[in-house]
Write a protein that binds this ligand. Structure first.
Ligand SMILES: Cc1cc2nc3c(=O)[nH]c(=O)nc-3n(C[C@H](O)[C@H](O)[C@H](O)COP(=O)(O)O)c2cc1C
Length: 144
């Protein structure tokens, strides 16, 4: 089975927590059925998401995401074969951030689209690493 990783950014349209809950509910059900895992970073003015899983499944879900009217300016920033998953435990991890990586003015200026993709990937992985550490720490505390 060929795994791939894909990351994109977009701009929310009418962002609100209830809408985000709805998105995540659909996402987790479909991702679970298709073997997709990943991370969705959101704030009122920006979405950034990593999808990873079987290539055909990732492509199908990304096609749906591109047609979704709850966001605009869906821009693919990274796409590559993967030999392992970074988010194996998360059908879609929900990371609501008040501020992250770019200021609102930088997003308006398009930096999330024009910066090298490595900037986005490093920012996403940093968030994920923070979570993994927190998870490992609480698991260790639970065992103690
Ligand atoms: C920011 C954002 C992230 C989304 N992430 C996923 C996802 O990870 N997996 C998924 O199946 N749908 C996701 N969706 C929902 C899809 O756009 C789509 O509504 C859903 O997959 C149903 O597909 P369909 O409309 O082609 O039936 C997301 C939508 C938005 C706006």
């Amino acid at each position: 089975m060929h795994l791939k990783t894909l990351a994109y950014v977009s701009r929310p349209l009418g962002y609100d927590p209830q809408q985000l809950d709805d998105i995540l509910q659909t996402a987790r059900a479909r991702n679970g059925a298709l073997g997709i895992t990943g991370l969705l970073v959101s704030r009122w003015d920006l979405f950034a998401q990593i999808l990873e899983g079987p290539a055909a499944a990732v492509d199908a879900v990304f096609a749906s995401i591109g047609r979704d009217h709850r966001h605009v300016q869906v821009t693919l920033r990274h796409e590559a074969p993967a030999d392992r998953r970074l988010f194996a435990d998360w059908t879609m991890h929900d990371e609501r951030v008040p501020a992250w990586l770019w200021s609102h003015d930088e997003v308006l200026a398009g930096r999330h689209v024009s910066d090298p993709p490595d900037v986005l990937m490093a920012g996403l992985l940093r968030l994920a690493a923070g979570r993994a550490t927190a998870g490992a720490a609480s698991a260790a505390a639970a065992r103690a």
